[in-house]
Ligand binder design. Structure first.
Ligand SMILES: [Zn+2]
Length: 292
């Protein structure tokens, strides 16, 4: 592997440099996590968690998180989670993992998830899979992901993930900001990713739009996702899912996922989960009015 590629989360932090905002957030979370009432975690619900990376100095954190979550939650696959929400059969606390952007170190994350029989969905960008040219990686990471240069999975790695029972989803060809793209561009891109994934992986059911906040999506994009043939669509908006009161179709379901950085303090991650459980609402299953 190219030695210029980042392998430690501490290097990401060093390159990003701490801001006073970041430190204030840490402090606030320290206090909030002290008063988080973990009894809320016994509420029947589905909590999606997603990561981007598992750098070597984060591996122990993932193990510790899996250990802690496995006590009160059942790990289910992404497809099982979607089915459970749509059929209104959420009967206990569930956790489902996913990962975006297809970094090479996702293989290690999958290995650790395997030990807990937790099957994740890896949302990849086929346009960067297998890229080994440092300059192209650096340009893509800097300009598109706003991240230091990291290695990416290749198609052999993707096949390995599938062999272990994990799912592969689309995150557009090259991490497109859908809110800024034209309808033709979106249709072409989604049509291409579903073709590539069907060819390479044999299946492509799930979609997660890049950048993940509602501001990065649109009703045009949402229509295009289902027209291309995907059966689910995910955001990176925080929240958990409870059973819908009325019937809910897959095109109506807005999947919320909590961004999780394993380099964070685990108590902070748990605080977000408690907060989501406390605020669980049937409205979380739906898109905001401007993306309907
Ligand atoms: Zn992404």
């Amino acid at each position: 592997m190219d030695s210029r590629l980042i392998t430690q989360y501490s290097d990401v932090l060093r390159l990003k440099k701490g801001t006073w905002k970041g430190r204030a957030r840490e402090q606030a979370l320290n206090w909030l996590s002290l008063i988080a009432d973990e009894r809320y975690l016994s509420k029947p619900r589905i909590q999606f968690l997603y990561i981007h990376h598992l750098f070597t100095d984060e591996e122990q954190k993932l193990e510790a998180l899996l250990q802690q979550l496995s006590k009160g939650h059942t790990f289910i696959s992404y497809s099982q989670a979607v089915d459970k929400i749509l059929s209104g059969t959420i009967d206990k606390p569930y956790i489902v993992f996913s990962s975006d952007d297809g970094f090479k170190n996702n293989l290690k994350a999958a290995e650790l998830l395997n030990r807990y029989d937790a099957k994740a969905c890896f949302f990849i960008n086929p346009g960067i899979i297998g890229e080994t040219d440092f300059n192209r990686i650096e340009k893509y990471c800097t300009e598109t992901l706003r991240f230091p240069p990291v290695g990416f999975l290749n198609w052999k790695d993707v096949a390995q993930l599938q062999k272990w029972g994990h799912e592969i989803g689309s995150h557009t060809m090259m991490h497109m900001n859908i809110a800024e793209a034209g309808v033709q561009e979106i249709n072409d891109d989604l049509g291409q990713t579903i073709d590539v994934l069907n060819e390479k992986c044999g299946v492509a059911k799930h979609f997660a739009f890049p950048y993940g906040r509602f501001a990065h999506f649109s009703s045009i994009g949402r229509k295009a996702v289902f027209e291309a043939g995907f059966t689910s669509c995910a955001t990176a908006e925080r929240g958990c899912h409870i059973n819908p009161e009325a019937s809910l179709s897959n095109t109506e379901l807005c999947i919320r996922r909590d961004h999780t950085v394993l380099g964070w303090d685990i108590r902070h991650i748990m605080y977000f989960l408690v907060n989501n459980a406390k605020k669980a609402s049937i409205n979380n299953n739906l898109y905001p009015a401007d993306i309907k």
